[in-house]
Design a protein around this ligand. Structure first.
Ligand code: SIN
Length: 322
C-alpha cells in the first residue's frame, strides 16, 4: 500500500458473484452478471472499514465470463491502468466470473504495471444462494488489496490467494474451485489477514506498450486458436485454420508435449507457412520439458493452453510492433 493512499477501487465485470436465481437453493440455474457492483458492495458489511477510506465502484462490464471478449479486456485493463496511476489508490479489486478468470488475470499480468495490488475475485454460488460465497470472497479481496506491500495481479477465492501465472479453475461446482498446481498457493486470507507462502508476484508488465498499441483505432488483435492432441487427432482442423488466415496456435499436447503424428505434421506445415505455434501439455500439472531438436517451441512456464493462447496474442502483437 502506498503511504497515504486512501482509495480502494472495485471494477465489476459480472459473473456468478453478480448472478441471480429465482430459487435460493438453485446453484446452477442462475443467470450470471445481474447485480450491479455497487449493490454487491452494499451487501457486505465491513468492506468500508477494510478499505479504510474512499470506495470507488465502476461497472466495466456485466457478463457471464464465458462470453469474455477482447473489448472488455481492453476496457478493464485501461481502467486498471488509470486507477493504478492515481497516487490516492491503494489497490484494485475486480469482480469476475470464475470460468475465464485465469485468462483475464494472465492478460492483466502481461500488460499492467501493477506496483499496487490488482485482486480478482469471484463466486461459485450466485448472490441469491442460501449460502453465497461472494461476500466473503469480496471481503478477502479487500483485505489483500489493503495489505501493505501487496503488488501484482492475484486472485482470491475460498480464502486462498493465487498468482496470475498459476491460478486455474479446476472444479466446475465446488466452492473451492481454484488451484495453483505444483507451485501451491501464493498464500491464504484468514480473518482479514494475508499469510503469504511466497513473495508477491512481479509488478512489471511483460508487454509495457501493449495497451497503447491495442487502443489504436485500427488495432486488430491477432487470431490465435487452441487445438488439442488426442487419440484419432488429424491435421484437418489446423489446415483449415491456416487456410482461414490464423496467426497463432496454442496446442494442448499429450504428456510431455507429444503430438499425434498427423496433427504434428499439420502443425509443422502451419509453422512453415508463418503461423506461430506453441506447445503446452494437456496434463493438469507440471510443464513441458523441451528435448533437443524439438521443432515446435514448448511452454516451459507450464501456463496451460488457455493462458498460453493469451501469451501468444501478446507475443504476436509485440512482433507486429517490431
Ligand atoms: C461466469 O464465469 O461468469 C459464470 C460462472 C461463474 O462465475 O462461476
Amino acid at each position: 500500500m502506498q503511504v497515504g493512499a486512501r482509495k480502494m477501487v472495485v471494477l465489476g465485470t459480472g459473473g456468478t458473484i453478480a448472478g441471480t436465481a429465482s430459487d435460493g437453493a438453485d446453484n446452477i440455474g442462475y443467470k450470471a452478471g445481474q447485480v450491479g457492483v455497487q449493490q454487491l458492495l452494499g451487501a457486505v458489511p465491513g468492506l468500508a472499514r477494510v478499505a479504510g477510506g474512499e470506495l470507488v465502484a465502476e461497472q466495466v462490464a456485466q457478463l457471464d465470463s464465458k462470453d469474455m471478449d477482447f473489448g472488455v479486456w481492453l476496457r478493464l485493463a485501461q481502467r486498471c491502468q488509470a486507477h493504478l496511476a492515481d497516487p490516492q489508490v491503494q489497490g484494485i479489486v475486480i469482480t469476475h466470473g470464475t470460468d475465464t478468470l485465469e485468462e483475464t488475470a494472465w492478460f492483466l499480468r502481461l500488460v499492467l504495471e501493477a506496483s499496487k495490488p490488482v485482486v480478482l475475485t469471484c463466486a461459485m454460488r450466485p448472490a441469491t444462494a442460501l449460502a453465497p460465497d461472494g461476500p466473503q470472497n469480496l471481503l478477502d479481496a479487500f483485505a489483500v488489496a489493503a495489505t501493505p506491500g501487496a503488488r501484482g495481479v492475484v486472485a482470491v477465492a475460498a480464502g486462498v490467494l493465487h498468482g496470475a501465472a498459476q491460478v486455474r479453475k479446476v472444479h466446475p461446482y465446488r466452492v473451492d474451485a481454484f488451484d495453483s498446481g505444483d507451485a501451491g498457493p501464493l498464500g491464504w486470507v484468514e480473518e482479514g489477514r494475508v499469510r503469504l507462502a511466497r513473495d508477491w508476484p512481479d509488478a512489471a508488465a511483460v508487454y509495457p506498450g501493449a495497451l497503447a498499441w491495442l487502443a489504436e483505432p485500427a488495432a486488430a488483435w491477432p487470431r490465435v486458436e487452441v487445438v488439442m492432441s488426442h487419440a484419432g487427432a488429424s491435421g484437418r482442423l489446423v489446415d483449415l485454420l491456416v487456410a482461414d488466415g490464423i496467426d497463432g496456435l496454442a496446442v494442448a499436447a499429450t504428456g510431455n508435449g507429444t503430438l499425434h503424428q498427423d496433427l504434428e505434421a499439420a502443425l509443422l506445415r502451419a509453422q512453415a507457412a508463418g503461423v506461430r505455434v506453441r506447445v503446452t501439455s494437456r496434463c493438469a500439472l507440471g510443464r513441458v520439458l523441451p528435448r533437443p531438436g524439438d521443432a515446435l517451441v514448448a511452454d516451459e512456464a507450464g501456463l496451460g493452453a488457455v493462458k498460453l493462447r493469451v501469451s501468444l496474442l501478446l507475443e504476436l502483437l509485440a512482433a507486429r510492433k517490431g
